[in-house]
Design a protein around this ligand. Structure first.
Ligand code: NAP
Ligand code: MG
Length: 521
């Protein structure tokens, strides 16, 4: 008899393979050895094929790739690596489905989106489990992301009903002038691994509400969350061709999507570097672009702040998603009179964070996504210390989890440290003192990025001065949680183009048409 093979991940044992217990899943082309998958209440949410024109689709050459648990390295599943033929089929399907979807009554599109969102909430536990297994974030955060992701279905279902025409007061005699908002067309959607569900729904719900159809390329790190969404889309009644998921090699698939003039827009979330490449590739076809790119958020603590509250905000803003968050507070500026007290309180909270497998109860911080992420974080810490920063806590890799970096606090980080210019994508907080409002505004703005800035002060006039002076798409005053369906999420400068969420999130997926009707008798 074979016993299960166990692997120690943080404090828990994870069963990674048991030949006697391997589950054969009819929807997955290979056996699945990750024992935690047995917890799935609805195993049909685990899909190993792409989703093209309403059909579960393998690659023509049967190519596939492994999806692994970043905490244990265990195989979660294998997913079809679709190629040029399947990418083309997805684009053809999105084009064929477009006129029918566009011409559905908006309340029909809204009802389907609402059903899709409701199904996500019904299956929240399973979707969160899949997310933890492929992405590594703690289970509570994964559940939170499913709720956040589903909320865009509801929000844009409402917006679908309010895509109204406008009337222009005519400047010409005998003319009636109308502005119509019409669906842009089939669009490409490319999403990262740090929010494998919400980054898809924030785009796709808006696109579908506007009457567009979609071809989605999810990150190869986290395709299972995207494919589970496809299974639920089908159950919700999303027609074939309206939502296609094409996993596989990003440069090939996304390159093909960018070059294909039948796709009228590209909505991308990811790094600024890849965003620039996609924008370049889309330029010849004049595609509409939405770019949600990197961030390097400042968090500014004034001496008049409630320090305990400031520490809470800094913890949330820095350590959510194990620090792998475009909203992460990467540069923490503290007014000098409270520097020592704030540093001590923050260090105590950081030392208390529990690092472990995302399924282990009480885990605050999971592993990083891959070894490149770990190497980058470790190099940033080494560089900062070599240039004179103080390592207050952390600075090592977790003894049992090879991809988990211990929560780290660097104080007195010098201006020339790499961590102050490169995006930090890990659980490392970089602290610096400041002496005046003008100085900290200049330093906070001294970055190519402009996604979000956090300000903590009790002084109302200063809140308004900072809100005006900071060159960021979003400014959070005395709080961290600011996102949701009703707000326009997006950045200035190298953090992106356009907005997602809110009524502004629909703009990317619509074209304006000016109609002038002669009314002369
Ligand atoms: P990434 O490397 O830029 O990847 C993003 C997407 O682009 C993935 O689907 C990826 O596929 C694909 N991709 C990678 N190389 C490509 C290429 N040469 N051509 C075309 N597509 C390519 O970013 P990431 O590491 O996944 O995500 C982290 C980044 O996303 C951070 O910079 C973060 O700040 C940003 N982000 C921004 C927001 C926002 O709303 N502003 C939200 C979340 C994340 P593969 O993964 O399969 O290679
Ligand atoms: Mg993996």
């Amino acid at each position: 008899m074979f016993g299960p093979i166990l692997c120690r991940c943080g404090g828990i044992l994870v069963e990674i393979a048991s030949p006697a217990e391997i589950v054969m899943n009819a929807h997955i082309p290979h056996p699945l050895p990750h024992a935690a998958l047995a917890r799935l209440a609805d195993p049909r949410l685990l899909r190993g094929l792409g989703y093209v024109n309403g059909r579960w689709t393998a690659a023509a050459d049967a190519a596939d790739f492994a999806v692994t648990d970043p905490a244990s390295g265990a195989l979660v599943g294998r997913v079809a690596a679709l190629g040029p033929a399947e990418t083309d089929a997805a684009i053809v399907a999105a084009c064929a489905a477009f006129p029918l979807w566009r011409d559905r009554l908006p309340q029909d599109r809204a009802a389907i989106l609402r059903r899709w969102g409701a199904l996500m909430l019904d299956h929240c536990e399973d979707l969160a489990l899949l997310m933890v297994l492929e992405q590594g974030k703690p289970l509570a955060e994964a559940r939170g992301e499913i709720g956040y992701a589903a909320s865009f279905m509801d929000w844009f279902a409402g917006e679908a009903l309010r895509i109204n025409a406008e009337s222009v007061t005519s400047h010409l005699p005998d003319a009636e002038m109308i502005l119509r908002r019409e669906a842009l067309g089939p669009v490409g959607v490319v999403t990262p691994w740090n929010f494998p569900s919400a980054m898809i729904t924030r785009k796709v719900a808006a696109a579908l509400a506007a009457g567009c159809t979609t071809v989605v390329h999810p990150s190869a790190e986290t395709p299972l969350s995207a494919l589970a969404l496809a299974e639920l889309a089908e159950r919700a009644g999303v027609p074939a061709g309206v939502f296609n998921v094409v996993p596989g090699d990003a440069s090939q698939i996304v390159g093909q999507m960018c070059a294909d003039d039948r796709l009228r827009g590209m909505s991308f979330t990811g790094s600024t570097e890849v965003g620039r490449l996609i924008a370049t590739q889309c330029a010849p076809g004049m595609k509409r672009l939405v770019m949600e790119l990197g961030g390097h958020a400042p968090l500014i603590v004034f001496a008049d702040a409630d320090l305990d509250r400031a520490v809470e905000i800094a913890m949330d803003a820095k350590f959510a998603t194990s620090g792998q968050d475009c909203l992460a507070a990467n540069r923490i500026f503290v007014e000098r009179p409270v520097l020592v007290a704030f540093t001590a309180k923050l260090a105590a909270r950081i030392r208390a964070l529990r690092v472990g497998h995302g399924l282990e109860p009480g885990t605050d911080i999971g592993p990083l996504m891959h070894d490149r992420a770990l190497a980058k974080v470790a190099a940033q810490v080494r560089d900062a210390v070599a240039k004179g920063a103080t390592l207050v806590t952390g600075g090592t890799v977790h003894p049992d989890l090879p991809l988990a970096y211990m929560p780290t606090l660097l104080a007195h980080v010098p201006a020339d440290a790499d961590i102050l210019t490169e995006e930090t994508f890990g659980p490392v907080a970089a602290l610096m003192p400041f002496d005046s409002e003008a100085e900290v505004i200049a330093r906070a703005n001294g970055t190519d990025y402009g996604l979000v800035a956090y300000v903590i002060t009790q002084n109302g006039a200063r809140q308004l001065r900072l809100a005006r002076a900071l060159e960021f798409g979003m400014v959070a005053v005395n709080r961290m949680k600011i996102t949701g369906g009703p707000i326009p999420f997006g950045g200035w400068k190298m953090s992106g183009l356009g907005r997602e969420g809110s009524r502004h999130g629909l703009e990317a997926f619509t074209e304006l048409k000016y109609l002038c009707i002669d009314t002369a008798a």
